[in-house]
Write a protein that binds this ligand. Sequence first.
Ligand code: SF4
Length: 362
Amino acid sequence: MQQRKKTKQVMAGTLAIGGGAPVSIQSMTCLPIERTSETIAQINRLADQGAELVRVALRNVDSVEHFRKIRAAVTLPLCADVHFDYLIAVAAIKAGVNKVRINPGNIGDPKGVLEVVRAARDSGVPIRIGVNSGSVNRKKYPKVTPESLVASAMEHVKILEDNNFNDIVVSIKSSNIAQTIAANELLSSQRDYPIHVGLTEAGYGLTCAVQSSVAIGHLLMEGIGDTIRVSMTGDPVEEVVVARKILESVGERRAWVRIVSCPTCGRTDPSLDILSLAMEADAAVTGRFESYLKEKNRTLHVAVMGCEVNGPGEAKEADAGLAGIRDGRLLLFAKGEKVKVVESREAVAALVDEIQKMLDAE
Ligand code: SF4
C-alpha cells in the first residue's frame, strides 16, 4: 500500500478530513427531510454502525426548518446537499450544517456564490464540489472521460478559489470503475484538496459491495482518498457496513476481531454447519471482547474450520480456533495447542471461555 497523499485538512464540525486524518466514513439519508423523526432515527442508526458524517438533501428553503430539528437532535457532523439555489445553502449554514455539497457553477449568479462563500467562511464550513458522470456539461464536454470529469470539477473549484475560498473537498464519481479510478488519480495529481471517493450508482447488495470495494479499495491502496462513501440502493446502514469492511481490508481501520473461516468442501463433516458456527463465533467473540481489545490495542484472530485436514493448521495459526473432526465434534485450539474436543452445540461457548482464560493470563 502506498503512503497516503498529504492533502489539506478541512474540518466538518469535529470531523477532520484530509491532512493525515483517518479516512472517514460517510453516508446519506434516503428519506425526504420532511419525515424528520425517521430521518433522525436513520442518522442514529448510521452513527451506530460507524458513519462519521451524514449528508441530508435539502431540496428547497422549507427544508431548512426540518433540518434545524434534525440538527438539534443529533450530534454527528452533517452535510447539506444543495443544488442550484444558493439561499438554501446559506440558510443551512446558518442552521448549523457542518459541510455543504454544492457546485458553484450551477448557482449561476456570482453574487450568490459569494454569499455562500461568505457564510461558509464565517462559520468554518467546508464546501464539497461533487461531479458525477451524469452531471458533466455535455455541450462543453461531449464525451465523459477522466479528463472531462476533472476539467468539470476544476471549473467549480476555480470559482471558489477565485473567491479566496480553499476549504474544499472534491469528489469525482462515475458508475464505471476504471473511469472513477483514472479521474481520481488525475484529480489527485492536480490539487491537494481532500478527496471524497466513491463509485456512483453502484447498484445494490453484493454487486455494489464488490464494485465499490474494487474502486475505493484501489484508490485507497494508491494513497488516494480522505473520506469514502459507498453508494448502495437500499438501507444506507448497509453501505456503512461495507465502507467499514473496505477500510479494514486496506488496513485503514483495525478489525479487533478477525474471523477466518474455510469455504467448506466435500471433506466437511456433514453434521456441522460451519457458516452458522463462524457467524455465532464472530458475534460472541466480538460482543464479549471488542471493547477490551480496543482498550489493550490488541487484535484477536479466530479460526473456524470445517475438517481435520487443513483445519488444525489454520486453527493453530490463530489465537484460538475450532476445527471440525467428525460426528458433530470439533477440536478446540488456543495459542496453537489442542485444548479439547467439543460438541458443536457447546463449541462457541467453549471458544469464548478459552479466549477469556488466554486474555486473563496475558
Ligand atoms: Fe475443506 Fe477442510 Fe479446507 Fe474446510 S478446511 S475447505 S473442510 S479441506
